[in-house]
Design a protein around this ligand. Structure first.
Ligand code: ADP
Length: 736
């Protein structure tokens, strides 16, 4: 795809997108020569060659670069390009005039910027300048002092009328934080400039080409000939050219400020554009290449010193803060309640930050400390704003900009820094900062970025740079890097403590639950036991009535005595069953290996099954595998299952019960199968619940038998399940 070319019309409305790196023009204090990097044939050239070299540009186009710099130098340069080495600046005489040629590679082209040599480089003076830079900047004690030192030293070396250190904020607005100037100029120290004054693409270019001069703001731009590169038909990328022409908007901006020349150098900290060293002169001024190199060296030293000083400050703050954090963590660990550890002890969580108040929301309980919005406002802030944020650490100095209800409480919470506690989206620790009365002095009203110029028929940059004071509302002091790191670190510490505490809480709950369970069993055992004595009394007297006075009673009296006797029998069974159900969990297992066939034989005899159920065919598989478990308990499993099978087949024409075993997944699975009434398979889990009965009132029972069976099987780490269909019989399977 062909590259976009420089647009016909550029004004402030599209300057964010202005492709200034392909502007296609050079400044007037030198000549841009572009060659094919393969053969050094000149492909594009500034139209001002005649003025500098005494040769019309048409005579040079398509020639080899050797026509300008001689064959030997051209050969050497070709060799250097092929070796991929960094290309250094070099000097040439062209038609008796000394030039500095600064070569670099741009895509397919070799671009050489020719500038007239201005002075002989005096090695002594140069060395003095460099060591002066090193000594002065190395001795600055704080980042602030460093900025003033760099401004002073820059002005001393290069002699600009005004030198400023311009620092970007997080939104790329700039502030003049240090300044050196001639006395008669008005000071711009402390003035702010909106981000649009140095648009994004200019900032990106500063990262590629760090020192840039505009020799004469009122220069006439020199077009390149031809406009597009014959190699690929693209505009030439001049990002790294020393002589790249200047954006017309920027020129107008400088003209509006009455500036005649400028030097701008990137100030970088931790790999990011931190600010600019901006130098203004009120007439034209050119700094030669070597001095620009000195300036680059200076900014590098500045960047290193700045990073070092900021890092030292950061470490110092981290240490101070680390002590508070350790104390907090110890407090929380030694307290059973996290809330208490964070808010009620010697050190509280708000001590971690410069803030006026804080909030702790944990398990739906809110605790406020210091100056804060009210409880409802904080709860709404969490519910409607913070809980929707994906970030674990969130901060802003201007909450109301993003969350409009915060306009109500800018006096306590213009700024917030919050951390999510654990994985919950409802638990937060929040620090609040009130509105800082901020007067921002702008270099001109930032709202008036531009005005419409009738004559030029386009929007032009603002003309007034008069100090314009804005009162910022709803904005707190900014949260600093180390404070944000501190919040992140306390979040991690709290996270593990919360987990630990939650585990402890669950363990305790478990213990309580087990205790409650045991108590309940003891209670039901006791209750059932106590019920038996009066029941025995009722049963005894009912028997006396029946045996000694039955004949004296009328029909209804006889019926009443019979009902009392049958009811006490039923109740006796129910109590026995409850007692044995409750008894299962309390008993320990007395495990042994025993013969299942023998056991079944005993059961048949105990219940006198052959007599009581003489109509039922009971088939027991011979040589069933032996079992290991508590024989007494397992006997209860078998008898309950067999009694059920007999009970629920009783009314069939040919009742059949089959007992056997099959192998499944390496286990011996025993089964009791019958051809009785069966049950709806949807109850196949519920039939094992206590007191659940699905056979209607035709069959007597308590609904406890299968619950006992299941409990015993589970105590043996086994499993029991049933298959059935109404009217088609049931099979109960189990293994232990
Ligand atoms: P119950 O004393 O009522 O027999 P159980 O706990 O032994 O109590 O059984 C619970 C319910 O499971 C019974 O009421 C019955 O509905 C069903 N059930 C148990 N065994 C069988 C079976 N062999 N055939 C059909 N239904 C059964």
């Amino acid at each position: 795809m062909p590259q976009q070319s420089y647009p016909e019309k550029v004004d402030i409305s599209n300057c964010e997108k202005e492709p200034i790196h392909i502007i296609g023009k050079s400044q007037a204090h030198g000549v841009i020569v572009a060659c094919n990097k393969e053969n050094l044939q000149i492909t594009q050239i500034g139209r001002n060659t005649d003025e500098f070299f005494g040769i019309p540009y048409n005579d040079l186009l398509s020639k080899n670069l050797s026509a300008l710099i001689g064959e030997k130098a051209a050969n050497e340069l070709g060799k250097e390009i092929r070796s991929g080495k960094q290309l250094e600046a070099r000097e040439f005489k062209i038609n008796e005039v000394e030039f500095i040629a600064i070569p670099h590679i741009s895509g397919e082209s070799l671009i050489v910027d020719f500038e007239p040599a201005m002075s002989d480089l005096n090695p002594f003076k140069y060395q003095r300048e460099l060591s002066n830079i090193l000594n002065t900047l190395g001795a600055s004690e704080s980042p602030e002092e460093l900025c003033f030192d760099v401004a002073r030293i820059t002005r001393n070396i290069f002699g600009y009328d005004r030198v400023m250190v311009y620092k970007f904020d997080e939104e790329w607005n700039g502030e003049v934080i240090a300044e050196e100037k001639t006395d008669q100029l008005e000071s711009w120290l402390g003035l702010h400039y909106p981000a649009s004054d140095i648009p994004r693409q200019s900032r990106e270019l500063f990262m590629k080409h760090r020192v840039r001069i505009i020799g004469d703001v009122n220069y006439s731009p020199v077009p390149l000939e031809p406009e597009l590169s014959p190699i690929n038909n693209d505009p030439l990328d001049l990002s790294r050219s020393e002589l790249r022409g200047v954006s017309p908007i920027h020129i107008e901006y400088l003209q509006n400020m009455k500036v005649g020349a400028s030097l701008t150098a990137a100030l970088i900290s931790n790999g990011k554009l931190w600010g600019l060293l901006a130098c203004h002169h009120y007439s034209s001024k050119i700094i030669d290449y070597y001095h620009r190199q000195t300036c680059e060296f200076l900014t590098q030293i500045f960047s290193n010193e700045l990073t070092l000083k900021e890092t030292n400050l950061y470490i110092k703050k981290l240490e101070e803060w680390g002590k508070i954090r350790d104390e907090l963590v110890t407090q929380i660990e030694s307290e059973s309640k996290i809330k208490k550890g964070l808010t009620d002890k010697k050190v509280i969580f708000t001590d971690l930050m410069d803030c006026e108040g804080g909030a702790l929301m944990l398990n739906n309980k809110l605790r406020l400390v210091g100056e804060t919005p009210n409880k409802e406002q904080v709860k709404a802030l969490i519910r409607n704003y913070l809980s929707g944020k994906s970030e674990a650490v969130y901060f802003t100095k201007n909450l109301s900009k993003f969350y409009s209800p915060a306009e109500e409480f800018t006096d306590t919470a213009s700024g917030i820094l919050s951390i999510k506690l654990g994985r919950s989206n409802n638990d937060f620790l929040i620090w609040f900062r009130p509105e800082a009365i901020q007067k921002v002095n702008w270099g001109g009203n930032p709202e008036n970025k531009a005005g419409y110029d009738e004559e030029k028929q386009r929007i032009t940059p603002r003309k007034s740079f008069k100090k314009w004071t804005q009162n910022l509302t709803g904005v707190s002091d900014a949260w600093l890097d180390y404070q944000i790191s501190a919040a992140g670190a306390i979040r991690e510490s709290l996270g593990s403590i919360i987990l630990e505490k939650q585990k402890l809480k669950i363990d305790n709950l478990n213990k309580q639950l087990m205790r409650a369970h045991e108590e309940l069993e003891l209670f039901s055992q006791g209750l059932s036991h106590d019920l038996k004595a009066p029941l025995r009394g009722i049963d005894g007297y009912a028997h006396i009535l029946k045996e000694d006075h039955y004949n004296e009673l009328e029909k209804s009296g006889k019926k009443a005595v019979d009902t009392i006797l049958s009811s006490t029998k039923e109740m006796g069974e129910l109590i026995d069953n409850i007692l044995s159900f409750a008894g299962v969990s309390g008993q320990s297992l007395d495990k042994q290996i025993f013969s299942v066939n023998h056991l079944l034989e005993d059961i048949m005899e105990t219940f006198n099954i052959r007599v009581n159920y003489s109509g039922t065919t009971v088939k027991v598989e011979s040589e069933l595998p032996r079992m290991m478990g508590d024989k007494r308990m397992i006997a209860q499993v078998w008898s309950n299952l067999i009694v059920n099978a007999l009970k629920y087949t009783e009314r069939e024409d040919e009742p059949k019960v089959e007992i056997g075993c099959m192998a499944k997944d390496n286990k011996s699975v025993y089964f009791v199968k019958d051809n009785g009434i069966g049950f709806d398979p949807k109850f196949k889990e519920e039939i094992f619940d206590l007191f659940s009965r699905f056979s209607g009132s035709n069959f007597k029972g308590t609904g406890i038998g299968l619950a006992i069976v299941k409990k015993i099987i589970e105590k043996h780490n086994g499993r029991i399940w049933a298959e059935s269909e109404p009217g088609k019989g049931s099979t109960f399977y189990f293994y232990v």
